[in-house]
Design a protein around this ligand. Structure first.
Ligand SMILES: C[S@@+](CC[C@H](N)C(=O)[O-])C[C@H]1O[C@@H](n2cnc3c(N)ncnc32)[C@H](O)[C@@H]1O
Length: 220
């Protein structure tokens, strides 16, 4: 597993641990006008791997309250386009090159409508997380299921050369899932941004440069 390369070494880790550490990102998000501390995880990944760039079309799954949308929409700019989906309403007002939709990514009819409506993307990213119940096996299985849903959609809508990022609560299903993802990308890494709490099982699967074609699925 890799820590992000740039800006992610121990010297950049804020002082303190546990909640103090969490508070740092929470406070920073407040100060910088981001809707969630989650944005700093994507920022670190972006600093190290440059997966987002101007003009890209990006699909953000599990997008509420919207900090990844805020950050991504700035990077892709007005010539790019970002679609954010969440099972919860996304209430923030975004610029016109951002569309937000409320829907459940485990509902196949809803997923079908997304494929039909938006076509292909340069990047598919998922920060989806299940409501945790405190049982690490159940939580990681539910998280793996959400990653599977995101990956199934990515196989349908991600352009060759495109990138896929997905948060997962590591567990026994993770290696198999990573193996399946690896078959479609030139490079796959497991990254743990510093902004992700150390004690959390959360990591990000970062799959770069899709090597396969989009799945041909009849959407009618
Ligand atoms: C950690 S939050 C995402 C934070 C977001 N990246 C941001 O920057 O504001 C995880 C999100 O996943 C969403 N989620 C969980 N299950 C989902 C599902 N089946 N379909 C769509 N969204 C889901 C939750 O509603 C929650 O808003």
């Amino acid at each position: 597993m890799s820590r992000c390369k740039k800006g992610c070494n121990s010297q950049n880790r804020p002082h303190g641990a546990g909640h103090t550490y969490q508070d740092h990102y929470f406070q920073l998000a407040k100060k910088e006008g981001y809707l969630s501390r989650a944005v700093y995880k994507l920022m670190e990944i972006q600093r190290s791997y440059r997966i987002l760039s101007r003009g890209m079309k990006v699909l953000d799954l599990g997008a509420a309250p919207g900090s990844w949308l805020q950050f991504t929409s700035k990077i892709v700019g007005e010539r790019g386009y970002v679609v954010g989906i969440d099972i919860k309403p996304i209430e923030h007002n975004f610029p016109p090159h951002v569309s937000t939709i409320q829907g459940d990514m485990t509902n196949q009819e809803f997923v079908k409508s997304i494929v039909k409506q938006f076509g292909v993307f340069d990047v598919v990213m998922s920060d989806m997380a299940p409501d945790t119940i405190g049982n690490k096996h159940a939580d990681s299985a539910r998280s793996a299921y959400l990653v599977e849903q995101a990956f199934e959609l990515a196989k349908r809508v991600l352009k060759p050369g495109g990138h896929f990022i997905a948060k997962i609560f590591q567990g026994e299903d993770t290696p198999l899932l990573v193996k399946a993802i690896r078959e479609h990308f030139r490079k796959v890494k497991i990254v743990k941004p510093l902004a992700s709490r150390k004690e959390s099982k959360e990591v990000y699967i970062l799959a770069m440069d899709r090597t396969t074609q989009s799945d041909n699925v009849d959407e009618n």
